[in-house]
Design a binder for this molecule. Structure first.
Ligand code: RTP
Ligand code: MG
Length: 142
């Protein structure tokens, strides 16, 4: 997902170029504005964290671009491509990462990535119809 700061900063095209150069296919995409309730549900795992209210406000502040990426080892390769959560740290430790190039700070880090096959399944089917989501793998039964 390209987060509101990424879309507003006109980073969608350069991020998509990085996606294609890194060997991913984009099987689904959708530009939409998340309301607060949707963000609360999407990031439910962080509901008890102190940064949650701020995260909800940030993620509902403008359009986001949701994409389903396909590739062998897509989850770990995408997490490597985006870099660490804190964009300021990414600029030092992973200067070629997407968050280093496009992110602003710990919160406004430009992109999201699923962190496991289970969360990828949950997040893809959160936004896209199961049968058309393009999610086909042995994890499909999870
Ligand atoms: P994401 O889920 O968005 O791909 O990010 P992530 O796995 O790298 O990091 P995670 O721990 O899941 O955090 C989700 C998002 O919450 C914001 N955040 N703010 N201390 C803070 O202020 C703080 N920590 C995290 C970031 O936008 C982060 O990506
Ligand atoms: Mg996360």
């Amino acid at each position: 997902m390209i987060k509101p700061d990424g879309v507003a900063g006109n980073y969608s095209d350069v991020i998509k170029t990085a996606i294609f150069y890194s060997g991913f296919s984009i099987t689904q995409e959708m530009l939409l504005e998340l309301n607060e309730e949707t963000v609360r549900s999407f990031y439910a795992e962080h509901a008890t964290k102190s940064f949650f209210p701020s995260l909800v406000q940030y993620m509902s502040s403008g359009p986001v671009l949701i994409m389903v990426l396909e590739k062998v080892n897509a989850i770990s390769d995408w997490r490597n491509l985006i870099g660490p959560t804190d964009a300021n740290k990414a600029k030092v430790t992973h200067p070629n990462s997407i968050r280093a190039m496009c992110g602003l700070d710990l919160q406004r880090n430009c992109v999201h990535g699923s962190d496991s096959p289970q969360s990828a399944y949950r997040e893809i089917t959160f936004f896209f119809n199961k049968s058309s989501s393009g999610y086909v793998s042995r994890h499909d039964e999870l």
